[in-house]
Structure formats: C-alpha cells, structure tokens
Design a protein around this ligand. Structure first.
Ligand code: ADP
Length: 258
C-alpha cells in the first residue's frame, strides 16, 4: 500500500509538471497565433508598415517556446555517467577561477579542503556542472554579497537520525557548499529537487539545477542533503561514493582497468 501511495504521488507530480509545461507552451502558441492573425489583417487592409511589431511579438513567443523545448530536451537526454576515480580537492581547485568570475566581487569564496581526502568515484564533468549549479543558486540567494564556503571531508555515513532518507551506510567523500544567503522555508525546501520547480522570475530560473544535481549524485551511488532556514543561508552536501569501497556501500562501481 505504501508503494502504491508513492506511485500515486509520483503520478500526480508528473501530471502537475506536464500540465504546467503544456499551459506555458499553449500561452506561447496563443501569442504567436494572435500576432500572425493581426499580421494577416494588416496586410489585407494594405497597412504593411504596421506589420513589423507583430513579427517582433511572434518571434519573441517562438523563441520562448524554443527555449522551453531546449530545456526539456536537455533534461530528458541526461548524459550517461562516466565515473572514474577522482580527486575532488583537485577539481574544486581547478574551478576556482570560474567560480570567482561567476560569483563576482561581492561574494567571497572560502575553501576548506581535507588534505587526507579519499579518492571519490564519480563523473568529473557532471560533478563540475553540479558544483557550478549550486554556486549559481548561492549567488542568486546573496544579491547583496556574502560568503560561499566550500568544504571537503571524509565521512563514514551511518544514516541514523538526521541522515537523508535515501542514505546507504558507508564511506563517502563529502563536498559541502554553504552560503550566507536568503535560505528557504520548508515549503520551498520540500520541492527543490522537483524538475521545473523554481521561485525565480521567468527567464531567470529553469528549476532544473537541483533536480540535475540530485539525479547525477543518485546515479553515482551517492546522496544529497540540503539544510536551509529562511534568513540563515543554505548548505548543500553531496556525498559521493569512495573509490574502492564495497559496491553495497556506495553503489555499483567498476574496478580500475589499468
Ligand atoms: P533554479 O535555480 O533554476 O530556480 P534549482 O533547481 O537550482 O532551479 O533551484 C530550485 C529553487 O530552490 C530555486 O528557485 C530557489 O527557490 C531554491 N534554492 C536553490 N538553492 C538555493 C539557495 N542556495 N538559497 C536559497 N534558495 C535556493
């Protein structure tokens, strides 16, 4: 019965999601049809010089619709995972220029890296994209500036109280990103992993960032935990499987081939 309930809830979420997309798409088509219709009328009445602005409106709607389908495509064609043994500290260091440029002068970056960090087993490109997504959210949550702290550590997850529900016990390489931004209330926090859930203005948020982060980390055999409170900032923790650990602990992993 429990599984059935979960399945029903999942179907409901998918229904809401597709309903929302269909609604947005329909609005864009309606605007295009309206503009084309007006254009035809202007042409019929010989007022050719008035057609330009309807072309502009129709083009803008078509571009919005194209951007929406691009995002849908990017989301559905999630890249295949290509996991390898990875030094997460090295990846974080290699991203420092990019992160500084992305976050701007008002946000300070502090990195606290564990010198004895275990080797992780994950896809470095996708981890880089995940870190960038999390940093972009941190930037948006700190419009007046603040601090983004990036920390790495070895953790032996026991998954007791306070652990995330989908945590499997075992050794993980942790990367934690904490911001001093606006934080989230429980209502937002509950929905952050939902594809297309965003609180940002149209054109600014896609609502795909954290759902991609979640998908990638789960696929790697790890888990994600987010702690946040309105007013006091947000911490996103990625628990990545340790290289060479038991498959049962951190998910399936191939052995080194060399
Ligand atoms: P997007 O950034 O496009 O909105 P995400 O999936 O990355 O999509 O995030 C979903 C929502 O979660 C955001 O719109 C925002 O409300 C909230 N959120 C994510 N990260 C943070 C953060 N660091 N601080 C405050 N809110 C956040």
């Amino acid at each position: 019965a429990q599984a059935q309930l979960r399945e029903a809830q999942k179907m409901e979420a998918i229904g809401q999601l597709t309903g929302g997309i269909a609604h947005d798409f329909n609005n864009m088509l309606t605007a295009m049809i309206g503009s084309l219709d007006l254009m035809r009328r202007k042409l019929e009445s010989g007022r050719v010089y008035e057609v330009g602005r309807y072309i502009t409106t129709a083009t803008a709607s078509a571009e919005r619709a194209a951007a929406l389908t691009q995002r849908l495509l990017a989301f559905s064609r999630r890249q295949a995972l290509n996991p390898r043994p990875l030094d997460v500290n090295e990846l974080v260091c290699s991203m420092s220029d990019l992160l500084e440029r992305t976050l701007g002068d008002a946000i300070q970056i502090r990195t606290v890296l564990d010198g004895q960090l275990w080797t992780a087993y994950t896809d470095s490109n996708q981890l880089e994209a995940a870190i960038l997504n999390i940093a972009l959210n941190a930037r948006d949550a700190m419009p007046a500036g603040g601090v983004l702290r990036i920390e790495t550590a070895n953790v032996e997850a026991t998954c007791g109280t306070g652990g995330s529900a989908d945590c499997a016990p075992g050794p993980y390489v942790l990367i934690a990103l904490s911001d001093t931004g606006t934080g989230m209330d429980a209502r937002v926090l509950n929905r952050v992993f939902e594809p297309f859930f965003t609180t940002k203005p149209v054109g600014q948020g896609t609502g795909l960032g954290l759902s991609m982060v979640y998908g990638f980390v789960k696929q790697s055999g790890g888990h994600v935990r987010i702690d946040s409170e309105g007013g006091s900032g947000t911490t996103v923790r990625l628990f990545l499987p340790r290289f060479g650990a038991d498959a049962g602990a951190g998910g399936a992993q191939a052995q080194p081939t060399s």
